[in-house]
Write a protein that binds this ligand. Sequence first.
Ligand SMILES: Cc1cc2nc3c(=O)[nH]c(=O)nc-3n(C[C@H](O)[C@H](O)[C@H](O)COP(=O)(O)O)c2cc1C
Length: 405
Amino acid sequence: MEQSVLAGKTIVLGVTGGIAAYKSVELLRILQKEDARVRVVMTAAAARFVGPLTFEALTGEAVYSDMWSRADGDAIRHVTWARECDAIVVAPATANTLARLAHGLADDALSALVLAATAPVLLCPAMNVHMYENAATRENLETLARRGYAVLAPGSGFLACGDTGAGRLPEPPLIADRLAWLMSPKDLSGKTVLVTAGPTREFIDPVRFISNPSSGRMGHAVARAAEHRGARVILVEGPVSLPDPPGVTVKRVNSALEMAEAVFASAADADLVVKTAAVSDYRPESAADQKIKGSRNQLSLSLLPNPDILAELGGRKRAGQLLIGFAAETENLAAHATEKLAKKNLDMIAANLIGAADSGFSAETNKVTLFTRDGSAVQVPLMSKNALAHLILDHAVQLWGKEKG
Ligand SMILES: Cc1cc2nc3c(=O)[nH]c(=O)nc-3n(C[C@H](O)[C@H](O)[C@H](O)COP(=O)(O)O)c2cc1C
């Protein structure tokens, strides 16, 4: 599973007649960026909010909205599209459409297609808070959830209608993420995965610290991928500016000492620990209580070594637990990585040479070599951190398989 789970898949995007229909355009673009083929079905009401032409221009395919039209020569498009799709996402889903789906109506293109589909369906309700809280809507959603439809709860806040409360369509990246979750095989179900991410900050005084450029992207990618694949995921992260991955328990820390404490508190339960955090090796011997005033005189810092979290985890590792580390090196990649692998009792290490713009700190992509205990070295081509995260988890699944076998 090297690419996004959406890559090469055919997704039907159902758009219904709500204010949030404009967000469906962004959702379409995100799905297309993940290399999905997207077909759009609109209700008649939806076409009053967003022009079908926008979707047609972006997909290069006619929007399906009139069940009786034979414009493209397919008289039973609701069945054909239902059969050919890998998943359906209805965003936004109006109260009206939810009612129709809950009652099995099939009197327009979208409801007929959903009824004819056997692929997974994600419904994203969006409406006025009182419409959402109305017993009719609640019961319709309960019925649909009971029948196996995935429902993404709307966000809360100030709504377009002027009311405040639940009913806002979640942002398109979250919808795309939940669709990927819905479509992912759950091969990590029952497993607990602990991931660390980001840099640490070692304060010198209240306004200055020692840190590094780690963005936390690699760790977030691993946490998201593991959650998609059914694991219970705990993410311990230093200061990063990334939104929390959905469905993941996030513990925020600042210093290496805090990171050590949080990691050791969760490690015993973890079946897999993936340590992507760039933890500072040293901390100032003492942090000043007040800002150190700039006298322009030479200043020396006395640094103490921080605990080696990875080595400590290696020492505590229990049977069946896997420990995967990362190594960013500037030279002698294989020698340094394999030495770290052995010294810290790791099962696998993902090592990269830093310095290239497309790899390592802050980049969206990474190019690593995976070294394992049995002496194998797999050179992974440049790929997105998301794809690399899945590849690393694939290796973890294989390693568990080998242990069992
Ligand atoms: C300006 C306007 C905004 C609307 N916004 C919503 C909405 O956000 N959610 C909703 O469930 N219905 C909303 N409605 C009502 C639906 O458009 C209406 O129930 C329609 O029949 C839905 O049809 P459909 O489910 O076939 O798309 C809105 C209506 C108007 C006139």
